[in-house]
Design a protein around this ligand. Structure first.
Ligand code: NAD
Length: 296
């Protein structure tokens, strides 16, 4: 029997806390955090994410500065916009929705964002700070998805020290920062990836298993240690047949029904990690605002 970790509820609690904090910040500084949201083109999934991020930001009292650009924009013009946003005092966080069109080099754009306004926590300076800092919070701008996973783990109120944590995936936005965060919690961390040998055996040793692969239901029940905590980051769209009709459904990287029988706690997909990512973006924007006021 497994606890289902309710990402929607934990994210909602975090947003409520932020809303209260932003009300206090407004009294103290006479202004609220500002988030510039930059979308290039009209990729359907990006529009869904941007809409959700904007709605959530406005709800907690963050000002949203929207920049929706044509998909033919040049890298030079996009860099000009980022440089301008870096200078604007009402902009505390800059979010560039990925993916960007082919003519634009994504890392060049992400690197151009001021590290102080890096709402996603992807800038090399913030990646470096995360790797060096002695604990996980302070004023760091931390990649949102892995930080959301950490908050869910902390919410279980178990001692993370010395636990064997296995992270499947080594991407810059999820796998690697997740491993850093768990290391700071004094877990013993293994990072598995596409070239890892005998993945089921490695997973079988995990007290905490984080799946960030992007392969539908790759993690099977028999890979999971009895009583493990399973955090499923994956969001995969697959086609299934329901009552003779083909439908697209969202599944994670973990075969949920099988894993549920083995895990002590597990995140569902959807309703697990996803809502936490947006809440942590709002948290980063608020941290950037507080940092900028401290630096005045
Ligand atoms: P990515 O493609 O950048 O990285 C995937 C990682 O999985 C790689 O490091 C690769 O080595 C590893 N991998 C691939 N095949 C493997 C295999 N057979 N065995 C072991 N490892 C393998 O993806 P990403 O950006 O890190 O995202 C991972 C998943 O998380 C995707 O499904 C993505 O949609 C989802 N995601 C969800 C959120 C959220 O808010 N819930 C946020 C970001 C990403």
């Amino acid at each position: 029997m497994s606890i289902i970790i309710d990402g929607k509820k934990i994210a909602s609690n975090l947003r409520n806390e932020l809303k209260k904090e932003i009300t206090e910040l407004k009294k103290k500084y006479g202004s609220v955090p500002g988030l510039a949201v930059v979308q290039v083109g009209n990729v359907a999934a990006s529009s869904v994410y941007v809409k959700a991020k904007t709605k959530n930001a406005l709800e907690v009292g963050i000002e949203v500065i929207d920049h929706h650009l044509d998909e033919t924009i040049t890298q030079e013009l996009l860099l000009d916009l980022i440089n301008n946003l870096n200078k604007q005092s009402n902009v505390n966080g800059i979010l560039v929705q990925l993916p960007l069109p082919k003519q634009i080099h994504e890392q060049t754009i992400l690197d151009a964002i001021s590290p102080d306004k890096d709402a996603d926590g992807f800038h090399p300076v913030n990646v470096g700070k995360l790797s060096i800092a002695s604990n996980n919070d302070n004023n760091l701008l931390i990649p949102c998805t892995p930080y959301g996973c950490l908050l869910m783990l902390r919410g279980l109120k178990i001692d993370l020290v010395g636990k064997n944590a296995v992270v499947i995936g080594r991407s810059n936005i999820v796998g690697k920062p997740m491993a850093q965060l768990l290391l700071k919690e004094s877990c013993t961390v293994t990072i598995a990836h596409s070239k890892t040998n005998n993945l089921p055996k490695i997973c079988n040793n995990a007290d905490i298993l984080i799946a960030a692969v992007g392969k539908p239901e790759i993690v099977r029940g028999e890979w999971i240690k009895e009583g493990a905590i399973v955090i499923d980051v994956g969001i995969n769209r697959i086609e299934v047949e329901i009552n003779g009709e083909k439908k697209t459904v969202l599944v994670g990287d973990v075969k949920y029904n099988e894993a549920f029988k083995k895990a002590s706690a597990i995140t569902p997909v959807p309703g697990g990690v996803g809502p936490m990512t947006i809440a942590c973006l709002l948290r980063n924007t608020t941290i950037a605002f507080k940092n900028s006021n401290l630096n005045v």
